[in-house]
Design a binder for this molecule. Structure first.
Ligand SMILES: Cc1cc2nc3c(=O)[nH]c(=O)nc-3n(C[C@H](O)[C@H](O)[C@H](O)COP(=O)(O)OP(=O)(O)OC[C@H]3O[C@@H](n4cnc5c(N)ncnc54)[C@H](O)[C@@H]3O)c2cc1C
Length: 391
């Protein structure tokens, strides 16, 4: 959506295909990173954007066993917004759609699922689409696969994938939120269990992390055992775990970490999770996807105004973004393998590891994770110029 908005803003005709009817789905991260807010500033949209309901989080905190501590402090970042904004992602996407619609070239078709590529002489020239009205074809100078970690586009393109592995999956559910509850998003960690609560005002979006492939085992133990696990880890939720009446109230999100070694073929480019599925660790996947979109717009926008990008142009996007992708995934794997795996297999009560104690003694250290999460490696800036909008 970000890429479509930036290209339409530059006077290029763009069609976004979205297989669902809207963006109102729970399975979305809610983090809008300081780097994304900086892009909003560069686009002149920050003030309007921040009028939407959101929470501003200046620090990320977690609780290990009985001890709580600050992991990241965003207040020193070199960005206009020194906080992480939490906003339901559907609000963010709807905002981008509204902005996109100010430009004549912006088109969005919902309930339109891309099912295959159209190729001519080895060049991708469009996609086949299934809509409630039937099958159709869309032809384009460039097809961008931004269809997430189960990307159909990258599979159809046969692009080579390196699977980096993830030791966990996530049980994703809602629990009501009371005025007396803590206001901030928070992580809870104790023996064998890890849960993150996202504040969505009248309810908590809860992510309960489980060892990969154990969902069936957990379901077999029964719902009341699962409710008890939650209540033990986060005692203030005990009075509402009964809201989980059926396993249908709990979705299983499978976590994948992988990346393509080649992001493009003539006529086709993958970005975001389609090019590199990100772990939820650090909540940075949205940031990377947006940064890819900005890099793609900066590099390909001037070419698309004239016609079709060459393979060399498409390679330039991968070249620009590969370092951030590798570096971020490397860090995610370190945390997955050294922290998450250990937490999920521990049987003893957990205490705060020494390096997090160091964070308490030397607050300066909290700026490092803040910079990695909030801005990331090699932040992008808006370089593609705008054409006149309709409004
Ligand atoms: C459990 C979990 C929690 C996470 N939490 C966070 C977080 O808090 N913060 C964060 O930054 N990152 C988080 N991430 C990572 C983040 O979700 C992804 O990195 C990010 O969403 C990638 O954005 P994207 O636009 O590439 O793909 P997506 O956000 O997956 O968007 C892909 C879109 O394409 C549509 N689509 C899919 N297939 C088709 C098709 N064939 N035709 C048409 N449309 C299609 C989908 O409906 C969807 O709207 C989390 C990941 C997981 C697994």
């Amino acid at each position: 959506m970000m890429l479509a908005f930036l290209l339409a803003r530059a006077g290029i005709d763009v069609l976004v295909l979205e297989k669902h009817a809207d963006f109102l789905r729970d399975f979305r991260g809610d983090t809008i990173h300081p780097s994304t807010l900086e892009l909003m500033y560069e686009l002149g949209l920050l003030e309007e954007f921040l009028k939407r309901p959101h929470q501003e989080v200046k620090e990320l905190r977690a609780q290990v066993g009985r001890e709580s501590f600050t992991m990241a402090d965003f207040s020193h970042l070199p960005t206009h917004c020194k906080f992480l904004a939490f906003m339901p992602q559907w609000d963010f996407l709807n905002f981008l759609v509204e902005q996109g619609r100010r430009y004549p070239g912006f088109h969005l078709e919902t309930k339109a699922e891309a099912t295959d590529l159209i190729e001519e002489n080895g060049i991708v020239v469009g996609v086949r689409v299934t809509t409630p009205q039937g099958q159709s074809e869309v032809r384009a100078n460039l097809v961008v696969g931004a269809d997430g970690r189960h990307s159909v586009i990258r599979a159809r393109a046969g692009l080579p994938v390196v699977n980096l592995g993830a030791p966990m999956d996530v049980m994703w559910m809602r629990l009501s939120r009371r005025p007396s509850d803590a206001g901030q998003t928070f992580g809870y960690v104790d023996r064998g269990r890890l849960m993150v609560l996202l504040n969505r005002e009248d309810y908590w979006q809860a992510a309960f992390v489980i060892p990969k492939g154990t969902a069936d085992e957990i379901r077999q133990r029964g719902l009341s055992a699962f409710r008890e696990e939650i209540a033990k880890l986060v005692p203030f939720l005990r009075d509402r775990v009964e809201e989980l009446r059926d396993w249908k109230d709990i979705s299983l999100l499978t976590v994948a970490v992988d990346r393509l070694t080649q992001w493009s073929r003539p006529g086709l480019l993958c970005i975001g999770d389609a090019a590199h599925a990100m772990s939820p660790i650090g909540g940075v996947g949205i940031n990377l996807a947006i940064q890819d979109a900005v890099a793609a717009a900066n590099i390909l926008g001037p070419v698309l105004v004239q016609g079709t990008p060459s393979q060399h142009d498409l390679d330039a996007v991968q070249k620009r973004r590969m370092f951030s992708t590798r570096a971020t995934q490397r860090l995610q794997l370190i945390v997955q393998n050294n922290v998450i795996r250990r937490v999920l297999t521990s049987t003893k009560p957990l205490t705060l590891p020494w390096f997090f104690r160091l964070f308490q003694r030397v607050p300066y250290l909290r700026r490092i994770p803040a910079s990695i999460v909030g801005v990331g490696f090699r932040p992008e800036h808006i370089r593609l110029r705008a054409q006149n909008s309709k409004t």
